[in-house]
Structures are given as C-alpha cells and as structure tokens.
Design a protein around this ligand. Structure first.
Ligand code: NAD
Ligand code: DAU
Length: 346
C-alpha cells in the first residue's frame, strides 16, 4: 500500500491472532516484494488456520516462539527491517480473572522485543496498542496527547508497554511508533469478544450475555481498515509518536446485539442481561484526525463492517465450532455459567 519507506522484511509478532493475521495476509499483497516472518506463541487465541491463505507464499514463514524468549527473538529480529508487535493477552474479562499473564506478555514481552530491536538497529518498531489506555471517556473525544488513565489489568499492561516503548525512543533513539485502535471486528476473531460471541451464540440459538444495562458505548473498526492504518503509520508515521485509529458511529452493546440478531433473523429475546463487568469503561471515543492527516480513510462504515463480519461467521462455521468445542468451554463456564443460569431463572 504505502511505499515511502522500504521495509522488505517485517517480523510480525502475534501474527497468528485476529488483527496480526489480517496484517500479515494484507502485507504480502500491499508490498509485493516484501517478506514477513510471523512469530507467535500460539496461545489459546493464536490459530494457524488464520494464516492458511498465505501458507503457500514463499515470502511468508512462521516461527513458533514466545516474545518473552530473548534467545529466540533476537536472531529473528536481527534479520528484519522492522518489527510490528501484535502479540498480547487481549481480553479484558480474562485480565480481571487472571492478571499475571497480562503483565508477563504485555509488559515483559514488549521489553524483550525492544531490547532485541535496539541491538539489531531496526528501521521501525511499531507497538499495536489500544484506545483502552485512555480509560473511560465521559464526554468528547480523546486526542493522542491526552493522559493515559487505564482502569483494568489489560489496559494497564498495554499502557505500561507504551511507556517502555517511548522510553526506548527517548533514551536509545529507537524509531518507535504506537497505534491506539478502537474495537476491531471482522473475520477470524476469537469468539470471546462481544461481536463474535454474540454472532456465534445467536447462530447456535444460545443467549447473548449483555453486561449491566448494555449501555456501554464502543466504535467498531473493520479489521482490514485497522491493518491498513498500521501499515500507513509504519511507513509514514513520525517516530516517537502515537496515532489513534477510530470510527465515527457510537454503538451501545444493546444496539450491537440487536443489529446482529436482526441480521440473522433471530429473536431479541436471546439477549440476557447479566451482572456488569467490574470497572467497566462505559465509553471510548477517539479523535483520529492525526491519522486522517496521514491519508487514512476507512473503507467500511459500521453497517458494512457488521454485515461483512456476520456473513463471514455464517460462512465459516467449522472455524468457530472447532474453537468453541475445546478449552473455550471451561472459560465460558467460568465467565458466564452462574450469571446466565441466574438470568434464566428470573
Ligand atoms: P488476539 O488475542 O486475537 O491475538 C493475540 C496473538 O498474540 C495470538 O495469536 C497469541 O497466540 C499471541 N501471543 C499471546 N502471547 C504471546 C507471547 N507471549 N508470545 C508470542 N505470541 C503471543 O488479539 P487481537 O485482537 O488480534 O489483538 C492484537 C493486538 O491489537 C493486541 O496487542 C491488542 O492489544 C491490540 N488491539 C486489539 C483490538 C481489538 O479490538 N481486538 C483493538 C485495539 C488494539
Ligand atoms: O477498545 C479496544 C479493545 O476492544 C481492545 O484493546 C481489546 O483487546 C478488545 O478486547 C476490546 O475490548 P472491549 O472490552 O471493548 O471489547 P469486548 O468485545 O470484550 O466488549 C465490548 C463491549 O461489550 C463492552 O462494553 C463490554 C460488552 N460485553 C462484552 C462481552 C464479552 C458484554 O456486554 N457482554 C459480553 O459478553
């Protein structure tokens, strides 16, 4: 897509996950001479099926590795022009159940990558971050220079990572970039996040668990638009800077669930109100004009984003059914079992 800075070999950490795999698949198309090395620990959220579309490309290779493992990561990064880090524990509810692994991967793992990148002298290091680092936004929208006020273990670990990333710019001159994306949806998203959870539960005629009163507000970005924004920032962003990636339409959880049920022709009665997420950030809202000034425009508005996502899950039942039949069940029971049973009795 963007050619200004030739980055012919990119290490994509966490590239077997949802957004990382979209970035890897697209990068080979957008940059026909480039190579990608996808590195991933293949946690519960990593899935090599997400990379099947590029499996046959001679410009793609996969290396199973933990970003906390310096001995493995350093030689891989030494061969690369750039590192784009998607690797993370990413689900807020899991971070409330078990914060430790979030600190390990999201903070210590990022420091390991930074150390290796500094020693290798890479041309760019891009850390994929999140709008959650700003915390709950009562009104208005947040520009990049707003204070970071994360409120859950996931977002706190992502904010910690960002501060480390910027410290490598200030102290060592590592050419770092940070992107802060809003909620992202599309193909291959693990069905624990609200959108793929609601779609797949509706397809199974199971209840859609809505936290609290379902009035929390999010914006939804299509995954390929998010990947394109990262590509743009990687090639044209100013080192040492952060860039917000956002969308315009405010959507409450009830609106999201209703739209999904309508698209699938399922009854609204499938919505079940369960106890709220502790520390729930009720609203995020990003000012992403800085990214637009670089030239980014979304290809997908909210309707198109949701329709494309629902259509993909309808057409790829075997992908999500395999996930939902495994260790996923244990998590689902722990997170929702009692709450849904109580809601059912009411
Ligand atoms: P995901 O959970 O689908 O993928 C995360 C990937 O990281 C998985 O493939 C997993 O195996 C890998 N991973 C986890 N720990 C690892 C480790 N120690 N070493 C190597 N690999 C490891 O997540 P996602 O939704 O694709 O998110 C990717 C990035 O984007 C994350 O950094 C997340 O914070 C950020 N982000 C996500 C969203 C969203 O809405 N999904 C929005 C903004 C930012
Ligand atoms: O904003 C970017 C962030 O978006 C990313 O950094 C995170 O990695 C990603 O998980 C996502 O976090 P959220 O907490 O916003 O997304 P989630 O899909 O978990 O929840 C979206 C909204 O839906 C939120 O207000 C909580 C609500 N919700 C979620 C689930 C899973 C429910 O009401 N019921 C649910 O079962």
């Amino acid at each position: 897509m963007t050619q200004e800075l030739p980055l012919d070999h990119v290490v994509i950490a966490g590239g077997a996950g949802f957004i990382g795999s979209a970035f890897a698949r697209n990068y080979l198309t957008w940059h026909p001479n480039a190579r990608v090395t996808v590195v991933d620990k293949l946690t519960y959220a990593g899935n090599l099926e997400n990379l099947v579309p590029i499996d046959d490309s001679p410009r793609y290779r996969f290396v199973p590795a933990d970003i906390c493992d310096y001995e493995t990561m350093a030689p891989l990064i030494a061969e690369a022009d750039a590192v784009v880090n998607f690797a993370a524990e990413t689900h807020v509810d899991r971070s409330i159940l078990d914060p430790d692994v979030f600190v390990r991967t999201n903070v210590l793992g990022v420091n390991t990558l930074l150390r290796a990148a500094k020693e290798a002298g890479v041309k760019r290091f891009l850390q994929v971050s999140t709008d959650e680092v700003y915390g709950h936004v009562g009104e208005g929208s947040t520009p990049e220079n707003a204070p970071l006020k994360p409120r859950n273990p996931y977002s706190a670990s992502k904010a910690g990572a960002e501060l480390l990333v910027f410290s490598y710019f200030t102290n060592f001159g590592l050419p770092v970039l940070v992107t802060r994306g809003e909620n992202t949806i599309g193909p291959y998203q693990y069905p624990e996040k609200a959108t793929p959870l609601f779609i797949t539960n509706a397809l199974e005629d199971k209840p859609l668990p809505i936290y609290g009163q379902g009035r929390a507000v999010r914006h939804y970005v299509y995954v390929d638009d998010h990947a394109a924004a990262i590509d743009l920032v990687l090639h044209q962003g100013v080192p040492g800077e952060a860039y917000n990636i956002g969308a315009d339409e405010e959507v409450t959880t009830v609106e999201l669930a209703t739209r999904i049920l309508d698209l699938l022709g399922k009854p609204h009665a499938l919505m079940q109100f369960v106890p709220d997420r502790p520390g729930h950030d009720y609203r995020y809202n990003l000012d992403f004009r800085k990214l637009e000034r670089l030239g980014w425009r979304r290809a997908y508005d909210f309707s198109h984003t949701l329709e494309a996502t629902v259509a993909w899950y309808m057409e790829h039942e075997s992908w999500w059914r395999r996930i939902k039949s495994g260790a996923y069940r244990e998590y689902y029971e722990r997170q929702y079992g009692k709450a849904l049973a109580r809601a059912e009795r009411k």
